[in-house]
Design a protein around this ligand. Structure first.
Ligand SMILES: *Cc1c(COP(=O)(O)O)cnc(C)c1O
Length: 367
């Protein structure tokens, strides 16, 4: 594609009533500087319990260092990064900013992570479901059906999960780019890469510069082991990032969480994270092999994430047996097409050994 082809602005897809919305003018916006801060009704002194955080002051809404670190990590520009309270917040912001209740739809490919449907429901946005297709190789997204359904039913957002939770497969960049071109001017294609660090496919962040209707969700919750810090981000066209920032809470990021994220993104810690991810991937492959040998297992799907989706002859009793041994896995039986499935996170070597021991322990009724 030639770089000179004019691409529609993603702002054309934003709710018309919000396009000029400036949001809340918080005390940390507007770029004022000084040494005596009397503009936010903060306490001048830290709390007696506050050893190092300086939490008497409101935090920077988008801390520049954290934005820069995340931009470097994902291969984007800082202006293309919106940091939020987990990537869940970005999903919610996108749905609220783009979808008029009762009119503009959200599309996704079930069985998939439930937050897309939850946010659509909260906004009153119609949900367009294009089920995953299953064959001998596992699950895949029917991208042509997705494009057709999104265009026909007026979807403003198409959520793709890659690697997909709970089914484990990844999408290739060509397929994502083709879908985004078909939907240019109609919808934003959001690629949720919560498990991107565990995958062998490259990130869709590299598409954002040429295709302004591609947006990517990343998080520190999974591979970076910071689920409790609630830091995630959207990497997208900077115009869209600016607009969403105006729709976000005034101070979304708690200072202690920002400090922890910055510490975790320092080169030494990142190297350790990468080593842990490599161990998890190796352990995933080992666990997949081992599960295939377990009696009562129907199918273990290949996975690009840090979890395995497994079908059982009797998923209900396996779930109960695991619980009785103190092993908690995710019951997927209520998800469409997964009536016999459990999703099992790849744990530590000890966790996985405990899982396998519990699976192989004699069940009730055996002798
Ligand atoms: C875990 C998960 C997230 C997570 O989100 P955070 O809010 O960043 O913790 C997002 N998408 C998918 C598909 C997930 O499985």
């Amino acid at each position: 594609m030639s770089a000179t082809v004019a691409q529609p602005s993603p702002l054309d897809l934003v709710r018309e009533d919000l396009r000029a919305f400036a949001g809340y003018a918080s005390a940390r916006r507007g770029g004022v500087a000084g040494s005596v801060w009397l503009n936010a009704n903060e306490s001048p002194l830290p709390n007696a319990a506050d050893g190092r955080y300086g939490s008497n002051r409101y935090p920077d809404p988008q801390p520049p260092r954290l934005r820069q670190c995340l931009a470097d990590l994902y291969g984007a520009k800082p202006e293309q990064v919106l940091v939020g309270r987990g990537s869940d917040e970005a999903i919610d912001l996108l749905v609220r900013a783009l979808c008029r209740p009762g009119v503009d739809a959200v599309a996704c490919a079930p069985p998939v992570f439930g937050m897309y449907a939850v946010c659509a429901r909260l906004q009153g946005a119609p949900l367009v479901e294009v089920p995953l297709v299953e064959d001998d190789d596992g699950f895949s997204t029917d991208m042509k059906a997705m494009a057709d359904a999104a265009l026909q039913r007026g979807a403003k957002l198409v959520f793709l999960c890659s690697p997909a939770n709970p089914t484990g497969q990844s999408l290739g960049l060509d397929a994502i780019a083709t879908l985004a071109r078909k939907l240019a001017g109609h919808a934003i294609v959001v690629v949720d890469e919560a498990y991107g660090e565990y995958a062998s496919e490259p990130s869709a962040v590299s598409l954002v510069a040429q295709l302004p209707n591609v947006a990517v969700l990343r998080t520190l919750s999974k591979a970076h082991a910071l689920a409790g810090a609630r830091i995630g981000c959207l990497v997208a066209d900077e115009r869209l990032v600016g607009l969403l920032r105006n729709c976000q809470a005034p101070y979304p990021l708690p200072s202690p969480c920002v400090d922890l994220a910055l510490a975790a993104l320092a080169p030494k810690m990142l190297a350790r994270t990468r080593a842990t991810v490599a161990e998890t991937v190796a352990e995933r492959e080992r666990l997949q092999q081992a599960l295939q040998q377990v009696q009562g297992v129907r199918r273990v799907y290949p996975s690009q994430g840090n979890f395995l989706l497994v079908r059982f002859e009797d998923a209900g009793s396996v779930y109960e047996r695991l619980l009785a041994h103190g092993v908690v896995v995710r019951d997927m039986r209520a998800a469409p097409g997964l009536g016999d499935a459990l999703r099992i996170s790849v744990g530590s070597i000890e966790d996985n050994a405990a899982l396998l021991a519990a699976l192989e322990a004699p069940g009730e009724g055996s002798t």
